[in-house]
Design a binder for this molecule. Structure first.
Ligand code: AMP
Length: 349
């Protein structure tokens, strides 16, 4: 039996481990936090920092191939592992996804539209960039932002940028032009080592407090919009020589055109609906892709809405378990802290 190493111990790693087990793979998780959500569903855990060479070498000894469940895996760690084991998705995907400026340039290089953007390395840069966007825009840290953290929105004539560069930590930033989108959608797509691709239907995503709240499928977009998003995702997979599942988030404009927001080189929260509404979920699809197995059919047998259970929303559990056509998935987290993803459910319709 082959062993898949997974860097990162959160719920995405947990769901990958569960999918891997069904296809006769063992899994080992590399994660500093003992008894993490992923380790509860895996065969073993290496308790180690992501950049600790001893932990990484043990992972390389134990696993036949290696993947990851979050995009901030140190690139040097992925490259160290790649010297002795296949690492999928390729470390290049991490490099692109870890820095919003590199990511935007890469996406544009694939012929795909993004928001306008300027690198911001000082307060003066910020003021010049805002002037170029008529005083409005979204200021983001280039690295390590997630769920709306490390961001600030400026509306023309309303928000004063004074001190904003320092307030975001004096780190490299990017100012994006404000996209007046009608809705947000995402595509979950997979590519196998032989270049075959499969793409799930786009989901329409609604965020609350910067955290994904619901993903609804089908998205209320015309077929041409869905097709444009699929094509963009396929171009990104190709350009990265990608292997595995990727998530690509888009803004949809009033004219139906799409603007790419960001890429996640991993399984994605907005793809959790696939475990209930498709025969092969995004998690199994990822395991198939990295293991060189045939990709599964990505078509959908039901319409559905996936909703995250954040913090004490976990109290809705008994009612959800009593409902027909609802699949609940919990993440094994002991404490229901505010803003923490505790689980999700998908309601088929
Ligand atoms: P992100 O961390 O880039 O996914 O941004 C989080 C959320 O902020 C997105 O899902 C959008 O709702 C909003 N947002 C981000 N960038 C922009 C932008 N350039 N224009 C308008 N809204 C944005």
């Amino acid at each position: 039996m082959k062993t898949i190493g997974i860097i990162g111990g959160g719920q995405l790693g947990r769901m990958l481990a569960m999918a891997a087990a069904r296809l006769n793979f063992r899994t080992v998780i590399l994660e500093p936090q003992p008894d993490c959500p992923a380790a509860q569903a895996a065969n073993a855990q290496i308790v180690s920092a992501y950049d600790d060479s001893r932990g990484l070498d043990e992972l390389a000894r134990t696993a036949d191939l290696i993947t990851y469940e979050f995009e901030n895996v140190p690139v040097a760690a992925a490259e160290r592992l790649a010297a002795s084991r296949p690492v999928f998705p390729p470390p290049k995907a991490l490099e692109v996804a870890q820095d919003r400026l590199v990511e935007k340039r890469f996406i544009n290089g694939c012929g795909i539209a993004t928001a306008g953007f300027h690198a911001v390395d000082s307060q003066a840069d910020l003021e010049a960039a805002l002037a170029d966007f008529d005083g409005s825009g979204v200021l983001k840290t280039r690295r390590l932002g997630y769920d709306g953290k490390g961001q600030r929105v400026f509306r023309s004539g309303k928000d004063d940028p004074s001190g904003a560069f320092a307030a975001l930590g004096g780190v490299p930033l990017i100012l994006e032009s404000f996209v007046a989108f009608e809705r947000e959608i995402s595509i979950i797509a997979a590519r196998s080592p032989d270049g075959a691709t499969a793409c799930f239907d786009p989901a329409e995503n609604v965020h609350r407090n910067g955290i994904l709240h619901t993903s609804t499928v089908p998205a209320s977009v015309p077929a041409s919009t869905a097709e444009a998003a699929r094509k963009a995702a396929a171009a990104i997979l190709e350009a990265l020589g990608y292997v595995g599942v990727i998530g690509v988030e888009f803004f949809v404009l009033a004219d139906g055109s799409v603007v790419a927001n960001e890429i996640a080189p991993r399984v994605h929260n907005s793809g959790h609906w696939t475990e209930a509404a498709c025969v092969v979920s995004q998690f199994e699809q990822h395991i198939r892709a990295i293991a060189g197995l045939p990709l599964g059919d990505a078509s959908r047998h039901s319409d559905c809405v996936m909703q995250n259970l954040i913090g004490d929303e976990i109290a809705e559990l008994p009612a959800l378990l009593g409902e027909p056509n609802v699949l609940v998935h919990l993440y094994g987290k002991a404490e229901a802290r505010a803003g923490r993803k505790m689980g999700h459910f998908t309601r088929l319709s």
